[in-house]
Design a protein around this ligand. Structure first.
Ligand SMILES: Cc1cc2nc3c(=O)[nH]c(=O)nc-3n(C[C@H](O)[C@H](O)[C@H](O)COP(=O)(O)OP(=O)(O)OC[C@H]3O[C@@H](n4cnc5c(N)ncnc54)[C@H](O)[C@@H]3O)c2cc1C
Length: 322
């Protein structure tokens, strides 16, 4: 069976657990033990929408589903230009002084589980099921070693340093600087998915390591779950054949079919043109628009049909009248 080395533990331990459940021999490397993660500082708050949650259910990793509150909707609230102290984003409420303030209903509920609980729990499950969990930050030298010994080495290091092994793809990365002054600001980037090590060995990037979007649309953890599910299917379907560069590129291309919608939408939201602002405003007057935008957080591919092109946006709004 192919062995897969992964230099970290994070949301993508879902991929390690998924492969493990299918009989693959997996080594997972992580900076921190499960206890260190559990007692560490709070990570970013992540709302996971239906499709991403379903991937976790498919792998029977939804350990906390019955305990976590169900999120039935989401809203956009933007302060009016002359309102003092307003914020953008978040839930609707307190309409006074708001230029935009609405709540869309999700077709299927979302949930948010503290990442510390989730990642620690998954890591312990992986180890309890016989997985090799190595507590050590993976260096390039380690990756060289893994690439020579294992059938496939995946790098899921988030925005960590080893991600720089994997080159930026300028054609898919319109920005070359952070777009907002957020804490932990970073530049949205799509990378060439295949990293070449000094030894000539190859690694395949996973999730944020290959596609990093601005957090404005809250998609990173969702996209990471989708990446894990897509790579899992590509690995299993490939059977005993070698995980060579051509396979790595095809696995990424398959994931990109989903990820490209997330990237396109997130980049559009960083510099919304007038017709997008008009749609967001219309959602405050027409519940179907609010609901459709809300559900786009689960499946951003839908934005292709009504969001980006002014004529499609106009046609959609016109279809709601009468
Ligand atoms: C402010 C903010 C808000 C966000 N809100 C949302 C949201 O609402 N919804 C959403 O879906 N997403 C959200 N995100 C994005 C989300 O947090 C990330 O996209 C997601 O966690 C990416 O998962 P990942 O597994 O690729 O990387 P990460 O979660 O970053 O995990 C990478 C892991 O690799 C480890 N690592 C790095 N280098 C090494 C190494 N050399 N060896 C071993 N381990 C290593 C790190 O310690 C880390 O644990 C938000 C992000 C930010 C910054």
């Amino acid at each position: 069976m192919p062995g897969v080395a992964r230099p970290r533990r994070s949301v993508r331990s879902a991929l390690a657990l998924g492969l493990q459940s299918r009989g693959y021999d997996i080594t997972l490397m992580s900076y921190r033990t499960a206890d260190e993660i559990r007692s560490g500082r709070v990570m970013s708050t992540q709302v996971m929408f239906h499709t991403a949650l379903q991937h976790e259910r498919d792998l029977a990793l939804n350990f906390w589903e019955s305990q976590a509150p169900r999120i039935e909707g989401l809203g956009i609230s933007v302060a009016a230009p002359d309102a003092a102290g307003g914020t953008a984003g978040g839930t609707a409420g307190g309409a006074a002084g708001r230029a935009v303030d609405w709540l869309g209903r999700l077709d299927r509920y979302a949930q948010s589980v503290d990442q510390r609980v989730k990642l620690a729990g998954w890591a312990e499950t992986f180890a309890r099921r016989g997985g090799r969990l190595v507590i050590h930050g993976a260096s390039v030298t380690d990756l060289d070693f893994f690439a020579s010994r294992y059938d496939l080495t995946l790098v899921a290091a988030g925005k960590g340093e080893v991600a720089s092994l994997i080159a930026r793809d300028p054609a898919r990365s319109p920005y070359d600087a952070p777009q907002r002054a957020l804490a932990g600001r970073f530049t949205p980037v799509v990378r060439d998915p295949v990293g070449r090590l000094p030894s000539g060995g190859l690694v395949l990037g996973v999730a944020d390591t290959v596609v990093t979007n601005d957090p404005v649309t809250g998609q990173g953890a969702n996209a990471a779950a989708k990446c894990a599910a897509s790579y899992l299917a590509s690995i299993v379907e490939h059977g005993e054949r070698p995980f060579d560069e051509a396979w790595m590129r095809s696995a990424f291309d398959r994931y990109w079919e989903t990820a490209r919608h997330v990237t396109k939408w997130t980049n559009a939201m960083l510099a919304p043109p007038p017709h997008v602002l008009n749609l967001i405003g219309a959602a405050g007057r027409a519940q179907p628009v609010a609901d459709r935008i809300a559900n786009g957080f689960d499946d951003p591919a839908d934005f292709e049909d009504f969001f980006y092109a002014p004529d499609k946006a106009d046609a959609y709004l016109a279809s709601l009248v009468g």
